[in-house]
Ligand binder design. Structure first.
Ligand code: NDP
Length: 268
């Protein structure tokens, strides 16, 4: 059978860990497929390539997660509500289907640690990954409180997703089950300071979506307070694992994928 071709489309994609992670997964499961980094500035050209080569599936990353939507024949309802797609499947009829596996990348690691139904969640940020978090967590029955640097964006997302906004002054006297950082604060090279101070972090579990070779300031604070943490590495592996499953119909070799990502991070 012909080798299937997949790839990550973005700009830039040079440093993406997805090719190493997905190629390792294909090898481990003896799937006859390769996964490429597809650097582009023009999504239209890229879509032509998808039909011509043909590519069987795409991971979609910055800055194309929204721009890809008009090119898709069909998107699952949650992806449409979020307004961002990170996974494309080219069906046998050549039609393109869109999914958002960032949602599972956020909900699966949390569900493995606590039930999300009724969980009280503080979501820091209101950008792309926060949208996946807010809609995904609401669907699981969580109570979501959003705090963002730009208050209007938080209010808009809260309204769309059926979440609430919370004022910073209330944090020191509010206990949450889960605190999620969906801002880039804490990324290696990001100069911004700590998001929350010691009194403002009251949670049973802290999830930082940032994936770094180093511990983020938020996770350090959580550790100092004895709060269990989830790192962005787990989100990265889970969103990729769900892509593997959508494309191949097989369970993803998550441990192998994690091993490859940790190795890649060490080399950064
Ligand atoms: P967006 O640019 O869409 O959103 C960024 C959000 O962070 C906005 O709400 C923005 O607020 C806020 N923000 C930015 N800078 C600051 C700051 N200095 N202080 C306070 N708030 C700030 O980014 P994404 O949602 O796409 O990505 C956010 C982070 O999530 C990424 O940097 C990445 O580390 C992580 N991520 C991890 C993934 C994984 O697989 N682990 C997948 C995707 C993302 P405002 O509205 O005021 O601008």
């Amino acid at each position: 059978a012909a080798t299937k071709v997949y790839g990550v489309v973005g700009n830039p994609v040079k440093h993406s860990m997805s090719p190493a992670m997905l190629n390792a997964a294909f090898r481990r499961e003896t799937v006859n497929a390769v996964y490429l980094a597809l650097q582009t500035t023009d999504l239209k050209d890229l879509i032509k390539l998808v039909q011509d080569i043909p590519l069987q599936g795409l991971s979609v990353t910055m800055p194309f997660k929204q721009d890809i939507l008009p090119f898709l024949e069909n998107t699952d309802p949650l992806t449409a509500k979020i307004g961002a797609c990170n996974t494309v499947l080219r069906a046998q009829d050549g039609k393109l289907y869109g999914f958002n596996t960032d949602v599972a990348g956020i909900t699966v690691p949390l569900e493995r640690r606590m039930p999300l139904k009724g969980a009280k969640v503080l979501l820091l940020g209101a950008g792309g990954s926060a949208r996946a978090a807010a809609f995904g967590l609401k669907e699981k029955g969580a109570e979501v409180h959003i705090l963002n640097r730009t208050a209007e964006t938080a209010a808009k997302l809260a309204k769309q997703a059926g979440a609430k906004v919370i004022k910073r002054e209330l944090l020191a006297k509010t206990a949450f089950d889960i605190v999620i950082n969906s801002t880039p604060v804490g990324m290696a090279g990001n100069k911004s300071a700590q998001l929350l101070d010691e009194k403002e972090l009251n949670a049973k579990l802290v999830f930082d979506l940032v994936y770094n070779p180093i511990e983020t300031p938020l996770l350090r604070l959580a550790r100092q307070k004895g709060i269990p943490v989830v790192t962005g590495v787990e989100m990265f592996v889970q969103q990729g694992a769900r892509q593997f499953e959508i494309w191949t119909g097989k369970p993803a070799p998550e441990e192998e994928m994690l091993r490859v990502v940790l190795h890649a991070l060490k080399q950064q």
